[in-house]
Design a protein around this ligand. Structure first.
Ligand SMILES: [Zn+2]
Length: 257
């Protein structure tokens, strides 16, 4: 990726690099560190002291990870997993880098049928607040992946998972149809908040989730909306007789809880 490309991607992901000028300056570096912070569950300590070449490679990895591709650890090194992710990123997304910047033409499409993504569905893991509290978000995601595979699914059903501390990891790539809301999986992106045990559909967001989770969820809804024309953000409980995600998504979006 050129520095121009990296800057456009950072901007599209909601981390302002300043002017898109192709210069690796302090604002571009700050935008990278901001993205690494959001992804901190997979960021490597010491990133702030890497040289420019390694920062650029880390930016590429972070951009791909934030877009739902598995680059392996974000270490600024162009290893085999990063190379494989890059090939998928360029092929599966099936768009030129210029189209990633927010524009009327940005689209996320899923599966062979290329369903256009127009909706985000919010979920919870229905786990207690201290569930796997000594483990990293990556380990929590792996545990949920085990549950979902045990149901016969090929991978974790959600596209994004937001931990109690507000960090976030990709699950299934956004370009694949998820498994999170029966009858509405095609053309939707599923975001799962860790928590929500014992919740009711009418509870408040803050009854079960942290303020940091709320901030990350808002940012991620905005970021996805810049990459595909989202027309609706809903809760699982609007499609099934379930508590999940354990609050009223419409009221939360309106700022009323
Ligand atoms: Zn759900």
């Amino acid at each position: 990726m050129t520095i121009f490309d990296i800057q456009k991607h950072l901007k599209a992901l909601g981390h302002d690099p300043g002017p898109i000028d192709g210069v690796w300056g302090s604002r571009t570096r700050a935008a990278l560190l901001s993205l690494l912070y959001v992804l901190r569950a997979i960021a490597v300590p010491g990133a702030a002291s890497w040289n420019v070449a390694r920062q650029r490679m880390a930016a590429e990895q972070a951009i791909m990870a934030a877009s739902g591709f598995d680059t392996g650890p974000i270490d600024g090194l162009d290893g085999p997993r990063t190379q494989a992710a890059r090939a998928q990123f360029q092929a599966q997304r099936n768009h030129s880098l210029d189209e990633v910047a927010p524009s009327a033409h940005s689209e996320i499409r899923q599966g062979r049928a290329r369903h256009l993504v127009r909706e985000i569905v919010i979920h919870s893991s229905a786990t207690r607040p201290d569930w796997m509290g000594n483990n990293s978000l990556r380990e929590q995601v792996e545990e949920i992946r085990v549950w979902h595979r045990a149901r016969g699914w090929r991978d974790i059903g959600y596209h994004w998972i937001i931990g109690r501390d507000g960090s976030m990891l990709p699950g299934r790539p956004e370009t694949e149809v998820g498994a999170h809301v029966q009858g509405h999986n095609s053309g939707t992106i599923g975001i799962c908040l860790i928590g929500g045990f014992g919740s009711a559909a009418t509870d408040r967001f803050s009854d079960h989730f942290t303020a940091r989770q709320g901030i990350t969820l808002e940012q991620q809804i905005q970021a996805i909306s810049m990459r595909t024309p989202i027309t609706r953000v809903s809760g699982h409980n609007e499609y099934a007789a379930k508590a999940c995600p354990g609050f009223n998504v419409t009221r939360w979006l309106e700022g009323n809880q």
